[in-house]
Design a protein around this ligand. Structure first.
Ligand code: 13P
Ligand code: SF4
Length: 398
């Protein structure tokens, strides 16, 4: 594993979205310029070029595709999956010299942490970040920990960080004896965290998605909304009193997903009025009132399997990323599948990876040039790996 300006190099940057430019010249938008020539999106030979480059690389490369990627990209993925499955797949491919990660930056970082030093992880477009992951910087989280120390609760606090976080946050989590989770094992992660201290004493600091943390704690573990407090990194002391921190069981970081956070309870009511007997199925990154208004909640893989198992003729409104919902609608012509919100919203950073960028990165690899390599500094990677390994040992829940 080589060292580059890793996550720690981003400390102190002012605006969250600038973190998408990690490892790049911050005066230009990261990933917009590609060394060599980026194929034109209108190139009629793009698919053929992708096939040829993929064939030339053979088993030297392994292409991973997150379910939120565009169809044109998923068509070239050796494996498609959610963030948990892709982390497992990356860890299980020691023979691949290159792991081409069609997903977002934090996922590629995790792949680098989980693969051998001799393997190189490439992301076709460096601008494919995650606005939620950028809502928790290492500096903010270290400051928050100081607040917990001053309130006298730090010893009882177990950090549980969502996969959607930088490698630096994962390393913080590992250093403080915590675990990573994804939406498919958040319940197991919380069970593990609460069970890791004498009964009733543990508190969880859940980073950075307040909604996944709250939904899992309340709907799956039976905690109350009053057991949860929201730590706002932009307010002194997180905007909480020492008493509030001492009384809380779940300390939720004030972060959210800009895609799933758009869905509202009004969307649920609207779709129910338009489509009789519709089943509303949403991702746990949605707000609590949306999840409680829905019929089912679950991770990306859960959503896919629920639709695979659904009866022909049934109707579904899905609250997750649009590329996936469209693909599911195409895959199940015998079911009525609609997007929960009537106004369209893709995950813009996932969508940064398109066929031209994939062709470009594969052709560069064929030419012996490793572009857009994602590397995590060894000191960060060690602790991040400890937290990721703890997660990989947890049972899957939803
Ligand atoms: P999954 O963990 O379900 O893959 O979700 C990742 C993500 O980015 C959701 O917004
Ligand atoms: Fe991040 Fe949300 Fe996009 Fe997932 S859908 S990558 S959480 S912004």
């Amino acid at each position: 594993m080589t060292t580059s300006a890793g996550p720690a190099g981003t400390e102190g940057l002012p605006a969250a979205l600038l973190l998408l430019g990690r490892d790049s010249d911050l005066s230009s938008e990261r990933g917009v310029e590609c060394p060599g020539e980026l194929p034109s999106p209108s190139d009629p030979d793009l698919v053929e070029r992708a096939r040829a480059a993929r064939a030339a690389l053979g088993e030297r490369a392994f292409v991973l595709g997150h379910h939120y990627q565009r169809d044109e990209v998923i068509a070239f993925a050796d494996v498609a999956g959610d963030s948990f499955k892709l982390a497992q797949e990356a860890a299980a491919r020691p023979e691949a010299e290159y792991v081409v990660f069609c997903g977002v930056h934090f996922m590629a970082e995790s792949a680098d942490v989980l693969t051998a030093d001799t393997q190189q992880v490439v992301i076709p477009d460096l601008a494919a970040g995650c606005s939620m992951a950028d809502m928790a910087t290492l500096e903010q989280v270290e400051d928050a920990w100081e607040v917990l120390v001053e309130a006298g609760v730090a010893e009882d606090v177990v950090p549980v960080s969502y996969m959607n976080s930088s490698a630096a946050i994962k390393a913080f989590t590992g250093r403080h004896g915590g675990t990573i989770c994804t939406s498919s094992n958040a319940r197991s992660a919380l069970d593990w965290a609460f069970g890791s201290r004498p009964a009733g004493s543990a508190k969880v600091l859940f980073l950075p998605d307040q909604h996944l943390g709250r939904n899992t704690a309340v709907l799956e573990l039976g905690l109350s909304l009053d057991d949860c407090v929201v730590f706002d990194p932009h307010r002194p002391g997180g905007g909480l009193t020492g008493r509030q921190l001492r009384d809380a069981r779940m300390i939720l970081w004030r972060g959210h997903c800009s895609v799933h956070g758009r869905f509202t309870a009004a969307n649920v009511a609207d779709v129910r009025s338009r489509i009789p007997d519709v089943n509303v199925l949403v991702h746990p990154e949605c707000r609590h009132e949306v999840v409680t208004a829905a019929d089912l909640v679950g991770s990306t893989e859960f959503i896919i399997s629920a639709l695979d198992a659904a009866a022909p003729g049934s109707a579904w409104a899905i609250g997750t990323e649009l590329n996936l919902v469209r693909r599911l609608a195409t895959r199940h012509p015998d079911k009525r599948i609609v997007y929960l919100d009537r106004t369209v919203c893709f995950c813009s950073t996932m969508n940064r990876i398109d066929l031209p960028h994939l062709v470009w990165s594969l052709e560069q690899l064929v030419a012996g040039r490793v572009v857009n390599r994602i590397t995590v500094r060894p000191d960060v990677a060690g602790w991040a790996r400890a937290a990721l390994d703890r997660m990989l040992a947890l049972p899957k829940t939803r």
